[in-house]
Each structure stands twice: as C-alpha cells, then as structure tokens.
Design a protein around this ligand. Sequence first.
Ligand SMILES: [Cu+2]
Length: 274
Amino acid sequence: MTRTTPVKLGAFAAALALLFGAAALAGGAVKPLRAGAKTSADMGMDAMAVRGLAVSDDKFTLHLARRTAQQGKTFQLAFRITDNRGATVREFDVEHTKRMHFIVVRRDMTDFQHLHPVESPDGTWRLPLTLHEPGSYRVFADFAVDGKPHTLADDLSTDGAVTWQPLPKPNLVATTDGFKVHLSEGPTEAGKESTLNFVVTRNGHRLQTQDYLGAKGHLVALRQGDLAFLHVHPAPDTLDFDAAFPSPGQYRLFLQFKIDGQVHTAEFTQEVSR
Ligand SMILES: [Cu+2]
C-alpha cells in the first residue's frame, strides 16, 4: 500500500531469529521464540504466538505466483503481500538489515534456504530459487509492518520420486563446511524459556563469527510436524539465544553464521519435554 522506504525490517526478526556470536556463550538475554499456546510469565503473549502456519494472519496474505517447480532447476519466484482490503503492501520495516526474509525448506526439514528477495516498485517480490529435491516444500515470508512481525507460509512442490528423510536424532554437535558447532542448552521444557548457546570451532579453536544480518548469527527454529516457525532472538554480540518452545516434541534448529565472508548453516535437532 505504501511506498517502500528502507526502514528496519522488524518482522524478520520475529520469525526467524538466528544469532551468532561465537565468543560469549553465557546465557544471554534473548527473546523467546514465538510459539505456542502456553505462555510463560516473563515472555508475554505476543512473544509466544506461533507463526508461519497459514497464508494469512489477522492483517496480511501471502500470494505466490506459482506453486510448482522443476526439481534442481533455478526459476524466478514472484510473490506479493496483500492487506485486508486486497491491496498490495509496498512498505515494510527493515529488520536484521532486510525488509523481507524468505525461508524455504522441504517438508522433512532438509534443503533449508534463507533468501532475500528483491522488491519492485509495485510491491512484487522476486527471487531466483532452486528446489534441489523432489517433494513438497514449505516457504515462509518473514517481514514486519508498522513494527509488528508477521510470518506467512505456503507450499511449493516439485515432481519426482520422493525419499523423505527421518528427522535426525537430537544432537549437541553439528559439523558444517569444516566447522564444528557446539550447542549447550539448559533444560528445555515446553512453555518455559531456555537459553541456547552456540560455539563455533575449527580444528579445535573457538572462532568469532562476523556480523551477519546485523548480528553474530541467525537462528531459525521449526517444529516437527506442522513446521511452526519460532522466532528466536540472540543477546547482542553473542551466539546466545533465548527460546521458548510452545509444546513438547522435536524442533529443528538452523543456525547461520558468517566466517571469512561466507555464510554457513549448522543444523540441530532439539527435544523439548513437557
Ligand atoms: Cu533473512
């Protein structure tokens, strides 16, 4: 509706928060994930809201220009966000240095991608996208308008024989691109806030991460089953994230961090008890 101004993208943070701060691992004050029904006292209702389960929320709707693609072939995906009256939204907040964050993941939580589409003056967002495997994918548009975060989701699919991967067992160490990432966590009980601390090492040495999207790292958490999108915020200058998981079960964590100018993704499975 409005014209776009480079403002801060507030929403983005809300939906996916990945933080990186390699060095300090103490439990920092991070904001809770957005999730679920149970509220914990110091979290607040808003922070606990689960997002990313539908194409529409109370204010906005996501419109994908297409829902199918050829596996392994890069294509242009276009989409728009409309408001309650059907008008295309053109003005978004900037958060985590971007006005739109776009997360793509196959339904079994493989082939995770975090992308940043480009907006045209008419409010159409476009990005080149490759779905590397056959099957159904979930896509999340994560943005903020007027200081309020929103995460809308829809499905994309590619043809072909699908082999679904089981969710990997819970892990506290993940390796990626020659890095080892260690996760230390407090007790993770549903509805309670817990702190997730990450340390990045290479050859046994702890490394500092570079700024990525305005933080030391970025964390996206998805709930197994419905792929509810949890928003996690890191404490400033650290890789410590406070998260509140809304319900018991398993979650997949995608920690993205930048070192030597390259972004890397470490993946963890997190078990949350009742
Ligand atoms: Cu992003």
